[in-house]
Design a protein. Sequence first.
Length: 403
Amino acid sequence: MRDAYIYDALRSPRGKGRSDGSLHEVTPVKLSADMLNAVKVRNGLQGHAVEDVIWGNATQVKEQGGCLARTAVLASDLDERIPGLSINRFCASGMEAVNLAANQVRGGAGDAYIAGGVECMSRVPMGSDGAAIAVDPSVAMETYFVPQGISADIIATEFGISRDDADAFAVASQERAADAWKDNRFARSIVAIEDQNGLPILDRDEYMRPGTDMQALGALKPAFKDQGEVMPGFDAVALMKYPHLENINHIHHAGNSSGIVDGAAALLIGSKEFGETRGLTPRARIRATAKIGTDPTIMLTGPVPVTEKILTDSGMAIGDIDLFEVNEAFSSVVLRFMQAFDVDHGKLNVNGGAIAMGHPLGASGAIIIGTLLDEMERQDKETGLATLCVASGMGAATIVERV
């Protein structure tokens, strides 16, 4: 098999996922096309330069419906002979797009791909697709379905993660994100979004809340307590699945959970020969990819078993990884990962994460791979692992090595 390399990684700033957010006026097609155009210009791509565009998004209805990938290609400056494939693995959609592209290159199905994803949560709200796992009683009852916030609180309860633990992690995320922006650590990756007249709309993440402290977070009420406890509540469903728990400890709120935002990201993935013929220098090799299914009720523990799987598959150990990016869907998700592998927080999410900057569902997997690579270069580290929890009980992971 051939090696697959990352030649470029870029993303949009993340806008608040509300009607007053800076990116609310930008459609998913335009935001995606902007990323594709940036890849084309930055890498001098001409003609039918890539085999396909693989594009992830989690809520595939309305403006994000149809084959958004193909629509984005046609709305961009890419050659119309390049097709487009839209995929959905919920929060891991962007990562799965990158992993699929890498494995296509490794298997010889084309020399290069653009892969990534988008989510415009201010325009296409999460859950507006009416997913059967949540709304079809015959499925929801059989799987002991609970909303993700309840799942995050189940993790906290099961693994002894306290409200103070979760809040302290959230404060650190805010501090790290603010420091990263102050130090221009995202400069290589950020593509400013402009309107049709070339006027700037957004050039930095706007969801962040610098100065957040334990006192401010301590004043927030648990977001999922009523949803869990008010009859008929989801806590009762969870306790049927996990009868060894006396109750569910509700510790999550808006301040220690990921932010709802708009955003997009794209990576250029190709073979060695692709780069050589175009004078492009690879930044990293994708060493391994993995995905796994997990318990759908606790739902968000996927980063642990998928990391075990990818390490086994690649013949590596946790100590071989220099830096980690674990998507901050909720504080308990990352704290559980750190607990399971005894990972030093100094090696994980060193520039903050989705709690501070937001989680544009279909783009986040691609974003954290790019963030990981930027930081590996900044610290002159060799190997990094990115992973996400995924709705309905799944996990995805990618290991990259600098070249």
